[in-house]
Design a protein around this ligand. Structure first.
Ligand SMILES: [Zn+2]
Length: 399
């Protein structure tokens, strides 16, 4: 052994240059492996697992009317993370009713699949996640990325056309279809959803709230919303506060009311809404603060309004309900906002309820999965470039 080391030292001395080169190469290689491992650990968990439905899976839907949905209602709640799971038991009665599984008055059993350990894509920025949710791929691919991505999307920057949204995928397969999108945060309408003749987009902001308070008429002279109680509330609250809606509570109420009004006039195949008050409270006060909890509670009230409207129309039997969110929020002591990789920012709730949904908790859900989930439920083939999958254990007819 001693002899071996003596020889080794001599050899090293004789080839000093090569030894240095090999050592440097080894150090560089080790650093590269460590860097790649860290990068992989951060990003790898965002890779979707689940089904890519086959033609036979889709035929089970398309050839059997009892497996088809008349419509999908998607409730997008910005910035809610997994907070519904942290709310006091019983404080979210409408959420619990809608996503707890129920039997309709016609005896239809509506299953609910809910996870509170879903994952946002990284970074946990709104525009990047919503675009991933609609277009089924991570931000590097759809191209809405970088520090200015929220503003870019608001200003109408469009994602890479190679990755269509589930709305476009649906309309390509069913050109006669109709889609509605009512948003408090305009970025989803302006950038994430393609401009297509079959898609009706409505953006609601403070100006909309003022317009409702000041006569409730649009440019054509028609009522903006058809809910006198809400009109009165908006008039009263804006009169007292002197401003429209700093918290987005009123704007979100308008966003939901317009879904209720528009779907009463026409039965859209996909109706999407984007609510913003939870995110706003998170930015102003941080996760777990009173204002944040109140905002989540107010979303529950809106869920109740949707549920009752759909119930009154006899639509609970053949509607697929989805509740989704882009990311959560940091605690105040860590700085308000989001964008990082902490548990509270990354972890999201995903809830889905419908007659073909398997009661319980699904397998791993990542935000890129929204697109393939909606497409599958409507019997539409997943786009071949989507990275999202239909999570295991989410539907009764899959797997
Ligand atoms: Zn957001």
């Amino acid at each position: 052994m001693k002899e071996f080391f003596a020889k080794f030292v001599l050899a090293v001395k004789a080839h000093k240059g090569r030894t240095v080169a090999i050592s440097v190469a080894a150090v560089v290689l080790i650093f590269a492996i460590i860097t790649l491992s860290c990068f992989g650990a951060v990003t790898f968990n965002r890779f979707a697992t689940g089904y890519v439905p086959t033609e036979a899976d889709l035929a089970l839907i398309n050839e059997n009317p009892e497996n088809q949905y008349a419509r999908v209602l998607i409730i997008g709640v910005d910035g809610m993370g997994d907070y519904v799971n942290r709310m006091e038991k019983g404080s979210m009665p409408n959420y619990e009713k809608l996503f707890g599984g129920f039997t309709t008055e016609n005896g239809m059993v509506v299953g609910a699949s809910v996870t509170h350990t879903g994952l946002a894509v990284y970074p946990t920025i709104s525009a990047q996640n919503w675009t991933s949710m609609f277009h089924g791929v991570r931000p590097f691919y759809h191209g809405i990325k970088g520090a200015a991505s929220n503003k870019d999307l608001e200003n109408g920057k469009t994602p890479n056309e190679k990755y269509p949204s589930f709305i476009k995928a649906y309309l390509d397969a069913h050109p006669e279809g109709k889609v509605l999108s009512s948003c408090t945060w305009k970025a989803v309408n302006n950038g994430a959803i393609e401009d297509l003749p079959q898609v009706k987009k409505i953006n609601n902001d403070c100006e909309t709230v003022y317009a409702i308070a000041n006569g409730n008429r649009d440019e054509a002279g028609n009522a903006i919303i058809r809910n006198e109680a809400l009109v009165s509330r908006i008039k009263a609250e804006t009169a007292v506060d002197g401003y429209a809606d700093e918290t987005y509570a009123l704007t979100d109420a308008v966003t939901v009311q317009r879904i209720i009004d528009e779907t009463a006039a026409e039965d859209y195949k996909i109706a999407y809404m984007h609510l913003n008050q939870v995110d706003s409270a998170g930015h102003s006060y941080g996760n777990n603060k009173h204002a944040y909890i109140k905002a989540v509670s107010r979303v529950d009230v809106l869920l109740g309004e949707l549920y009752r409207a759909y119930e009154a129309r006899g639509w609970l039997d053949d509607t697929l309900f989805i509740l989704c969110t882009d990311h959560g929020h940091r605690y105040l002591q860590d700085g308000t906002g989001h964008g990082g990789n902490s548990d509270v920012e990354v972890t999201v709730t995903f809830a889905i309820a419908g007659k073909t949904v398997k009661q319980g908790a699904p397998g791993k859900y990542v935000n890129t999965d929204l697109a393939p989930i909606v497409a599958y439920a409507l019997g539409v083939k997943a786009d071949e470039n989507w990275q999202g999958k239909v999570p295991y254990g989410m539907f009764t007819l899959l797997g």
